[in-house]
Design a protein around this ligand. Structure first.
Ligand code: NAD
Length: 502
């Protein structure tokens, strides 16, 4: 379908088919590498969301009662489709998000891991059984789905973040309404269609596109039992407060400002490679990106030199052209990120590599800022305190371990952090002392594998369940404890006291 602007319109996916809903509103989808509008996306009204939730509620009885084997069978088929067609999905990611193709394939690989975990996780849907807790009495637990759940995802991982939640929510027997980022929504549509091809019944997974109106409708709908959110901290806090006030279970993953501490005994080449990969991969638009390098004074000059040398070799440009780094998501975001270079200059920091000078390998008028390295950033500067979410790596010089740790502890965020050192004692101390949810030891982006769980501390996660892994199953299931006695006639009789064991 096309609209007045003659670009295709991406519809919602409800009850196993495209659906336009009632809203006349649409939003533009850009290719950030060219700056051109490539399509429009439907923006749902709250009534549209109501219809999707209703369809999900209708589909619940059949899906919840399908055997674990049947639900896992769908997941196996989806795994095969996703693996066979991942290049197609990667091209969608590059076209709408801008990340380079190799990075897009990496994103899909991390999502695929969760799908594979869900395929083999029947043991996480098992209850427990205690035989003869009292004479003739057994107690056991059932793990049942929560019901209809809402998933609200950010722009920066349009495939991976939905795939953190969908496989687990679905295999556990829930039905889902997904509201992806309106900036790069096509990946979610692709995933929903692939699930349909894998045999997922209509209504079990619905995708509703939209903005705040659609999100608020999910948060307020009485039939939605749980909400999984990933996005910026102010919105995560809002989601948590509003949805939990409505009695829903909520996990709301927020923003980050990840520090990488480099001690003097670290391998500086390894640390420089890691800082560049983790600082500039995906143009710094990763919640686990390293944005602050805490360099101990004695090695800071050498380390900054090595990083600058490496940055000079990076190619920035269209993600389909074999470049290292792509554009930022929107023109407004590019301008905002570039604005921090002026702030750095005004605050007395030293710009070592200036991304504003970049000449991208691209056509058109994309949203470009090259890799930027800023040294001697004062910790009072907004460059240090704000989540910039772009290709800007700030260096803060510290006297040693204690000062580095104190800075990480003072940050309101606690998503990821890393220490680079060859001193096992220092690394062990760091992993135990630091108030951050995911810690790397000589690993700059410590994203846990799918059979652990992903999530930060402090203002990086509101709620008490992390994403995927065992905590994902805990979030998407409700435990029911059954106390059962198969009657033995010798145990009858009246007794109005609170039951005691006998
Ligand atoms: P965002 O908070 O702007 O948007 C996230 C989602 O919320 C989108 O679906 C959006 O439509 C919706 N939304 C936006 N404003 C809203 C409002 N006022 N009311 C209701 N809903 C609203 O985030 P983004 O810019 O899409 O993504 C980048 C952010 O996500 C960064 O802060 C990044 O650190 C964070 N992030 C965190 C993690 C993590 O695991 N902690 C992972 C990825 C991204």
């Amino acid at each position: 379908m096309t609209d007045q602007t003659s670009t295709p319109v991406l519809e919602h996916w409800v009850d196993g088919a495209p659906w336009s809903g009632d809203s006349g509103r649409t939003g533009p989808i850009h290719n950030p590498a060219t700056g051109r509008v490539s399509g429009q996306v439907r923006l749902a009204t709250s009534a549209d969301v109501g219809v999707a939730v209703e369809r999900a509620a209708t589909a619940l009885a059949g899906w919840r009662d399908a055997s674990i084997a049947k639900r896992q069978g769908v997941m196996f088929s989806f795994r095969e489709i996703l693996n066979a067609r991942k290049q197609e999905l990667a091209e969608i990611l590059t076209a709408e998000h801008g990340k380079v193709l190799s990075d897009a394939l990496g994103e899909i690989a991390r999502g695929l891991e969760v799908v594979e975990f869900a395929c083999g996780s029947g043991h996480l849907l098992k209850g427990e059984y205690s035989d003869s807790v009292s004479t003739g009495v057994d107690v056991y637990t059932l793990k049942q789905p929560v019901g209809v759940v809402g998933v609200i995802s950010p722009f920066n991982f349009p495939a991976m973040v939905p795939l953190w939640f969908l496989p687990i929510a679905l295999v556990a027997g829930n039905t889902v309404v997904l509201k992806p980022s309106e900036k790069d929504p096509t990946a979610s549509d692709w995933i929903a269609r692939a699930f349909a091809d894998a045999g997922l019944p209509g209504g079990v997974l619905n995708v509703v596109h939209g903005d705040k109106e659609a999100v608020d409708a999910i948060l307020d709908h009485p039939t939605v039992g749980a909400v999984s959110f990933v996005g910026s901290t102010p919105i995560a806090r809002y989601i948590y407060e509003r949805a939990s006030a409505k009695g829903k279970r909520v996990q709301a993953l927020g923003g980050a400002k990840n520090h990488m501490l480099v001690l003097p005994d670290a391998d500086l080449d390894l640390a420089a490679d890691a800082a560049v990969n983790a600082g500039f991969g995906s143009a710094g638009e990763r919640c686990m990106a390293v944005s602050v390098l805490l360099a101990t004074e004695s090695i800071a000059d050498a380390l900054v030199g090595k990083i600058a040398e490496r940055v000079a070799t990076l190619r920035t440009g269209d993600g389909t052209r074999g470049c290292d780094m792509g554009p930022l998501i929107t023109r407004e975001h590019r301008d905002k990120v570039a604005g921090y270079l002026g702030v750095a200059e005004a605050d007395g920091a030293e710009i070592v590599v200036d991304g504003r000078d970049v000449v991208p390998d691209a056509d058109g008028d994309g949203f470009w800022l090259g890799p930027t390295l800023i040294d001697k950033v004062p910790t009072s500067s907004a460059v240090y305190t704000d989540e910039i979410f772009g290709p800007v790596l700030s260096v803060v010089r510290v006297a040693g371990y204690e000062e580095g740790l104190a800075l990480i502890e003072a940050s309101p965020y606690g998503n990821g952090t890393a220490i680079f050192t060859n001193d096992g004692g220092a690394a062990r101390r760091f992993q135990r002392e630091v108030s951050v949810g995911m810690v790397g030891v000589n690993v700059p982006i410590p994203v846990p594998v799918a059979y652990h769980s992903f999530g930060g501390w402090k203002a990086s996660l509101f709620g008490d369940a992390k994403a995927y892994g065992p905590q994902g199953f805990a979030f998407f299931t409700r435990e029911k404890a059954v106390t059962s006695r198969w009657l033995d006639p010798s145990h009858g009789g009246l007794n109005l006291g609170f039951p005691q064991h006998d």
